[in-house]
Write a protein that binds this ligand. Sequence first.
Ligand code: ASP
Length: 320
Amino acid sequence: MGSLRKPAIVIHGGAGTILRERLTAEVEAAYRSDLEASVNAGYRVLTQGGNSREAVVAAIRVMEDSPLFNAGHGAVFTHEGTIELDAAVMEGRGLNAGTVTGIRHIKNPIALADRVLQHSPHVMLMGEGAEHFAREQDFEFVDNDYFATERRRKQLEQVRRADEGLTRLSEDEDDLDAALRDKQHSTVGAVAIDSQGDIAAGTSTGGMTNKRFGRVGDTPIIGAGTYANNAVGGISATGHGEFIMRAVLAHDICARASYTGISLQAATDEIIAGKFADLGGSGGVVGMDPDANIVISFNSPGMYHAWVDVNGRSGTGIFK
Ligand code: ASP
């Protein structure tokens, strides 16, 4: 066994049109506090000898339980007024992955994705089948209403009207809703490296407000919203999923770094500002390279994020 290394972790709480002038001090403090709680939960796992996958899951659970983020409790509504959740986790050692989509009754979808990784011969389970597996694995079930919040219900109404061309988005909303004005933002994700040098990445989301027809986004698609490979790094993405999927964003960033020899941060910046933006994509990623360098990059006005580096230095951020 090699010598123990210092762990590090980085998380995001979603990217989007987060406008500084519309974000009140109170709302900003609430986001920063939950981001800190999440990144600290993950870092604690790492310092207590847990592996990077366990740390990523622990960090994401905190954000799934917070009403502020578009994951778990507080997730966005579908067109039909239900909540359908997607999550994924991947290990950079051995390239193992578990993902779930269309989850309606499992409190922490990231825990189910983790269980798929560990205890299923499959990589991706959907809807009823995924929940059947959850029952076999003794998961706790909750009513779909558990995930619902008033803010997201109001947001569905606003987005529905805007999608139907009846109003412009967000003209008369209060500041809290201004922080939620995007259809998609506030997906959550984490990437960590543990004392063995193993990298893991995970992402969890409700998808996009007013999504229809069983829409699946990038989050549970390995290589699009979530990817990890110890040889090059791990990435968790957030933003408009249709563009992230078409860009195969997380894998493409890792591939560019691997094939060209440039750093993961440089590869990320090139792709987020270049190919991804050129396609019309808005969003960003967090990542970690094998030397525990933290990667943060976004082309949207803001992305909620937080980190603890190998020296134990930590921080939270929203804007560039
Ligand atoms: N990427 C997510 C999706 O499209 C949304 C987000 O990141 O906010 O499902």
